[in-house]
Design a protein around this ligand. Structure first.
Ligand code: PMP
Length: 309
């Protein structure tokens, strides 16, 4: 896929912004002034939807896919996104330009808006929308070089019949509980199983394994987020003649895999060399993982919506 251009001039930009600006309901406001009501149901109940997106060297990566997922999350919870896809694209690009960011993590959030202290979303008249563009460093560089260790935690992933993990809602307590359990044992990331005990995903990343040259990842019906990075990796596998399967996986499968890695917008592709104390493969990032890491980095250099400032 080739890159598309967006926005020619940086008109109206401050030359050296001293403070990060946030897009909030149609305005660009300094970070300190970017505030919403304590009566917003996004805050009171986690009622809202969001996306995490990346820009690499003035290319917004997989923007269309992220906006589609945001639209689907919002549709599922009957939340109106106040901007069209084109308006959202423009607002995202403008926020990046205002902050003079070539490389960035972009957070788009739509909340239910201000209501009363009851749950009823119909009493919230107007959704709030904001866009934060900033830097993110999720994992240290050594994880990408040497791999990371993960641990399975007791908190199971939300069951799809309750809060479907496919829905990227503001209600992240399920993931936060898992993250706490991992942190309590000094791990940076937690492996979450579904209620049947099958491998689901990590708190903020999807999971892949490689066995006998075959790339495998849990199917989305086990209850995982339909990761955009996950899909990008599956597409890259197809293009590189790497066989790839969506397969229900157990911890036993992971323990005995040749390679394991995680994918996510913030994490990108990160090798895993130990799961619950079991060494994976050689205990070093594997060949296919390194190949896909490099193919993914190449993709981020050429695929996306281009902007200039
Ligand atoms: N799973 C969960 C629970 C996530 O929050 C995320 C995003 N951080 C992912 C997987 C990865 O999805 P994506 O590649 O779309 O960022």
């Amino acid at each position: 896929m080739s890159s598309k251009s967006f926005g020619k001039s940086g008109k109206g930009l401050r030359t050296s912004p001293t403070e990060l600006h946030v897009y909030l309901n149609g305005e660009f406001v300094p970070k300190r002034e970017a505030k919403i009501s304590v009566f917003d149901h996004g805050l009171l109940y986690g009622d809202g939807a969001f996306e995490g997106i990346r820009a690499y060297n003035c290319l917004v990566f997989k923007l269309e896919e992220h906006l589609t997922r945001l639209g689907e999350s919002a549709h599922s919870i009957m939340l109106r996104v106040p901007l069209s896809s084109e308006e959202l694209t423009e607002a995202i690009v403008e926020t990046l330009k205002r902050n003079r960011l070539r490389d960035s993590y972009i957070r788009v959030v739509v909340t239910r808006g201000e209501g009363d202290l009851g749950l009823d979303p119909r009493l919230c008249e107007k959704p709030n929308i904001f866009i934060i563009t900033d830097k993110i460093i999720l994992y240290p560089e050594s994880f990408y070089r040497n791999g990371m260790d993960i641990i399975t935690v007791p908190t199971v992933r939300n069951i799809p019949e309750a809060i479907n993990p496919a829905l990227k809602s503001l209600n992240y307590l399920n993931n936060i509980l898992a993250k706490l359990e991992a942190s309590n044992s000094n791990y940076k990331e937690a492996l979450m199983l579904n209620d049947a005990g099958y491998v689901a995903e990590c708190t903020g990343d999807n999971i892949f394994m490689v066995k006998n040259g075959i790339l495998q990842t849990p199917p989305t019906y086990v209850g995982v987020l339909r990761g955009i990075t996950r899909q990008a990796i599956m597409d890259l596998a197809l293009r590189n003649d790497i066989p790839c399967q969506e397969r229900v996986l157990t911890r036993h499968d992971l323990f005995n895999a040749d390679e394991v890695f995680l994918t996510g917008t913030a994490a990108e592709v990160v090798p895993v060399v130990k799961v619950d104390g079991r060494k994976i493969g050689t205990g070093k990032p594997g060949k296919m993982t390194r190949k896909l890491m490099s193919a993914f980095r190449d993709l981020t250099k050429r695929d996306g919506i281009r902007y200039t400032f």
